[in-house]
Design a protein around this ligand. Sequence first.
Ligand code: ATP
Length: 802
Amino acid sequence: MAARQRWSPGDAVWLPDKELAFRACVAGDGQELPAALRREPRFPAAGYADAVELRWANEANLLENLCLRYRQGQIYTNVSHVLLAINPHRQLPHLYGESMMKQAGPHPYTVAALALRRRRQGPQAIVVSGESGAGKTETAKIIMRYLEVTSQKELPEKLTAVSRVLESLGHAETRQNPNSSRFGKYLTMRIGRHSISTQVTTYMLEASRVIAGGRNFHIFYEALGAEPGLGPAWAARRKELEAALEALGLQALTTPLLRAVAGIWRILQHLREGEIEEDEVSEMASACQLLGLSFQSLQASLRHRRLRVGAEDLALPRAAKQRGALLRGLAVAAYSRLFHGVVRRMSDNLADLGPEEEELGILDMYGFEDLQNNQLEQLLINYTNERLQLFFCDQLLVKEQQLCLSEGLKLDLGERETSGRQVLDNLDIVLNVLDDCSMQRLRSGGGGEALELLLRRTGEARRRGHVAGRFAVRHYAGEVTYLTSGWLDANDSQPLPEVAELLQTSSNDLLHLERQTSKRPCQSVNKRHRSDLEALMKKLSAMGVHFIRCFRPNKEQSADFVDRGFLLQQLRGCGVHQVLQVMQRGFPHRVSLQQVAARLPGGFSERVGAEVLMVALQVPRSDWRVGVTQLFLKAAHRDALEALLADDRPLDPALLQEAARRSRRLRWRRAFHALSLVRFLSRGAAQRARSAALRRKLRAALLAAFFLCAARRAARARRLAAKADGLQVPAPASAVLGTIRSETPEDQTGTLLEQAKSEKAERALRELARPCKRRRPSKAVSVEGGVLLEMLPKRRLCLVEP
Ligand SMILES: Nc1ncnc2c1ncn2[C@@H]1O[C@H](COP(=O)(O)OP(=O)(O)OP(=O)(O)O)[C@@H](O)[C@H]1O
């Protein structure tokens, strides 16, 4: 989306605007508007169902397109493989009828249909992400409805029951959403011939919400359903919860669960000020009864802290603040154990899964968070989102590259995202240090300092001003400031020893510690979360992934308007602009070759037809490609695509004929170039072969010269020796010449030697004249020749072959 510096008169542009995000303008002659973006000249009345159809694929046009569609009740829009969904905050029944299940176009139904079709190729996953209140849970429900209807198999009653129980235990009313899920959820479905089996995995419950002071988890109000001031709705919801537990065969859990929740609620009533006075301790009796705890034990723990010094046990009196901290720890730990205890029992009841290939998963993860006071929990949530975002960008590139590859196109779609990886690396360092501090049981002072030191050193996590105890991280969705206080406690997956002991002795099984596997003994919160996330990412990497991105239209949860600035911020935050960038680099407009062929009179093959049309529409050669099944066009050629697809605009036959001629010429020219290239390359090969032959001949000549000289020298030496001794010339020095086996009379040796010498030279010269062929040395080379065989590299020995 390169911003043009100079504009022509009448160019439609978008200029940044504080209120509207972008303001529509018309450029003057040669005007310099560096921050301006090219405006789409005209949108179709219903907007573009797929934003890659935009002629100018930039974020301003994307935003305008989304708003245009939203105003007409079209909340879904595609950006290539990604589905964007804007929360309507009102019921839109026309979007979810069964007739919609058969239609193409942007919809969660279409995503589910694609995932279902592809599940035979391997396990598929649908990742639904977005801010809190953006509509993730609703979207997941829409997908499940589709699966139920189209597979004509009843979704197991248990699945609905699981969702209902999880809603009670893990959802709460927040500022953004009256039914906000405060944990991550991955739902696995295996669709067999006769049934669908399911399994649920949960990720990091925001257990600190129990003591946060605002609205608590729904189950608290359901447990107290009949209490005055709560309204009849909660009583009805309590009945639903009981029915869901019964459907799961867990009716035995109803009473202990609701009693324990009521017990925690009692504790919370005394915790309003954060401190517990001495006389208030006695009021804990009813809470203990509901939780199945020993009141005496709790009383003792609240009054005194036990400390072991050497062999001596000391009991130090607790202050009101310390009593408050202990009770807070007890409430959080008890709720966390309740949640995990129920989830574990539900999973045990659902465990019967089919073969892995049939798997279809739906991931509903908590969205990016930036609260007033961001703690370790928010850091872990944002860490998760950062991982998912990186995964999204990688997958996007991979998918586009796969499509190009399958269509036989060679495109440079740019590098993979790296800044997110850097942020993650730095956060990993921070979280590892936190674990080290936790291991050494360093309390606030030491641990906090170590963390801060490290934070100052890491590039992305940098200190803000001189405020101690804070640091900021530049996430993909914006900068978030975190407080470091209380991290060590928050990172401790184990409650205080007194609390753990108390809960372990409870008469309520749900409050007992979950079974520990030997692999993960007592991991810290952050370590456990990261290892769960790692396993999830590994799983997703091996699956076909489909993305749905959900957005909030405004902060007010109103169905009446779109806050464009707020929506733009979310679009930027979830990396839709990266999708657009990739599209911009590639060929975002696609049309099937069959459709192209249908626009032409007969006589053209699909590929040739596409070429002819491109020539006729005068699209520059660099702006289109013909793939195996589709014609690809650059972003700026939307008009050409429209001309191509509009049935009511007949193509001029004369123009087509001319285009066909030009296309033929083009193809001939291409064929000629290809031939020339082949000739050039083969000429090069012949040239290389000739020079190799010449090199071999030169080597042969040198060797021949060497043999001649050696033979001559040896003969002269023998003649001289014979002259001096007056003796006969001895047998020939066949060791040098190699191939001569002398059985001739001794008097003929001199002549033979000369003869052999000249024969050898002649043979070498003949070899020079012979066309070169690589030959392996013959086995018939004589024993004397063997001396040479050893001395010279083997491939050169063909020269001494007789
Ligand atoms: N497609 C839809 N049609 C009608 N209403 C919707 C739709 N999607 C969301 N909503 C409304 O928005 C509210 C919030 O949606 P939802 O609970 O799915 O958000 P979420 O993204 O899961 O939030 P959180 O992350 O906090 O759990 C719903 O209670 C519902 O009223």
